[in-house]
Design a protein around this ligand. Sequence first.
Ligand code: CA
Length: 237
Amino acid sequence: MRARPLLLVVEDEIRVSRYLRSSLQMLGYDVLVAEDGVKALELVQGNMPDLMLLDLRLPRMNGFEVLENVRRQFDMPIIVLTANAAEDDKVKALMMGADDYLTKPFGTRELQARIVAVMRRYRPAEPTATRETMYQNGGLRIDYATRLVTVDGNAIHLTPTEYRLLLNLAENTNRVLTHDYLLSHVWGVEYSEDVHILRATIWRLRQKIEKDPTNPIYILNEPGIGYRLAQHEETTA
Ligand code: CA
């Protein structure tokens, strides 16, 4: 555990990386800067930063490749930096496992709020109110103590945000949870309007737990309202 969290800024625009470095230092973080994607991966491997701020348009290796590489190996929080007009970039990055995004230009207050919120989500989830230690629904099983999720006996690796989302759905099995409810409970009240973050994370969760993610049997849509985790018969397996 570091005294000051170490943040990695990946940004090729000097003006932006300077601004980020000085703002973040002022907010009490230690800062590393990479100007391209290759350097970013080196710094991730060598320093294991506590969070990465990742520009998507980078020389040598673009931000999407960096994201894909890091996600394959680490659970670190990642906030992508996107240009105002790049709505598609934002959605793509979220689907690839980014935790959040900041649209340029952004102020120090917004920067700080997003960092705090994302780091909070990476802390272990609060113990559940239920006394059960095991959740079982059809082939889906959650061991609350070890946070191990299995589907039909196969262990599934979830990011902390995906795990939190699944827990919220599981604790309310068969109940429809609104977009607003899920965003507030999993991400925080300041995210209650960010439906595309929710949609992208549901998409990722389905890729991991559903046999056919386009025809889900666990996480069902309630169009215009939210999502529901459907109850299935217990299996003896
Ligand atoms: Ca750039």
